[in-house]
Design a protein around this ligand. Structure first.
Ligand code: NAP
Length: 283
């Protein structure tokens, strides 16, 4: 019988522990601030930004929102980031992705001061992650690691297979699992014999972006299956990359969608903001 990994419960636990620390800091007259920049009117981005704002309110952070017009120039955006970098009252900065096409995403990410880069996307923070000396790493894979820790799922010596090699999920996921002594394989769209590789996985992480991509024949009996995907199926219902009903009985642990990795990402963003403030000497 499989166990359902309850990302909602674990995310509440993490947010509550941040909230407690924030309350203590308030007593000392200290406040933590997260600045969120959104450029344009992408509806999905709007939802994500609103959720981040709500989470800030929940844990007691001050949140600043900069909603910029779709036509905002790259220069204007970079100047705003420069101002926020210099502002000592701002502890964390994130720019909601994607940005409009006329703006160079990489330039934006790398302009955010590494100490305030709470998404952990900048090259400095990615490099620090890969040498195992990091404070701020990408929130979604950090959330997966917290789920594994919460459920006492040991990574040491396990075959870990990740489907997906994006900079925001697949690659940092690999670095984090490797750090915990997993034997890590990263698969992608050019991978040959994908099911042969995934069937060897003790821990399988799906970050593909295709509804129901992982089917039972791709999963080893007793595997831990982590579904990072957020997709809509033909009926418009939210679903992951894993064919949950077909796969669940083969697993020992599995994350649902929704209620698995999704809530963890925002919880880890809150945690990263607290860590950033600590590193800046604000706490
Ligand atoms: P992405 O940048 O589009 O990357 C998808 C990866 O899947 C790529 O590496 C791609 O390979 C690989 N892929 C595509 N088709 C494949 C195939 N047939 N066989 C094997 N690999 C294949 O997506 P992402 O940003 O990493 O996101 C992945 C999913 O996670 C999406 O559903 C996204 O919405 C979700 N997500 C969730 C959260 C959360 O908070 N839970 C956060 C971020 C993302 P190539 O590199 O070769 O193209």
């Amino acid at each position: 019988m499989y166990k359902l990994i309850d990302g909602k419960a674990v995310s509440e636990y993490i947010k509550n522990s941040v909230k407690e620390k924030v309350a203590d800091l308030k007593v000392e007259g200290k406040e933590i601030t997260l600045a969120v920049i959104i450029v344009g009117n992408d509806p999905a981005s709007r939802v994500y930004v609103n959720n981040k704002k709500k989470a800030c309110e929940y844990v007691g952070f001050r949140s600043l929102e900069y909603a910029l017009d779709e036509q905002t120039s790259e220069q204007e955006l970079l100047e705003l980031i420069d101002r926020l970098n210099k502002d000592k009252s701002v502890n964390g900065i994130l720019c909601q992705l994607p940005v409009p096409e006329h703006i160079d995403e990489e330039k934006v990410i790398d302009r955010i001061s590494p100490e305030k880069d709470v998404d952990g996307f900048s090259k400095i923070n990615v490099g620090k992650l890969w040498v195992g000396d990091y404070d701020l790493a990408a929130c979604t894979p950090m959330g997966v690691m917290e789920l594994l820790k919460y459920y006492n799922i040991d990574v040491n010596g396990k075959n870990c297979v990740i489907i997906g090699r994006s900079n925001i999920v697949g690659k940092p996921m690999a670095a984090l699992l490797l750090e915990k002594n997993g034997t890590v394989t990263i698969c992608h769209s050019r991978t040959k014999n994908l099911s042969e590789i995934t069937s060897q996985a003790d821990i399988l992480v799906a970050a593909v972006g295709r509804a129901g991509f992982v089917t039972a024949d791709m999963v080893k009996e007793g595997a831990v299956v982590i579904d990072v995907g957020i997709n809509r199926n033909a009926e418009g219902k939210l679903c992951g990359d894993v064919d949950f009903d077909g796969v669940k009985d083969k697993t020992s642990y599995i994350t649902p969608v929704p209620g698995g990795c999704g809530p963890m990402t925002i919880a880890m963003l809150m945690n990263n903001t607290l860590v950033a403030a600590e590193k800046q000497g604000e706490i």
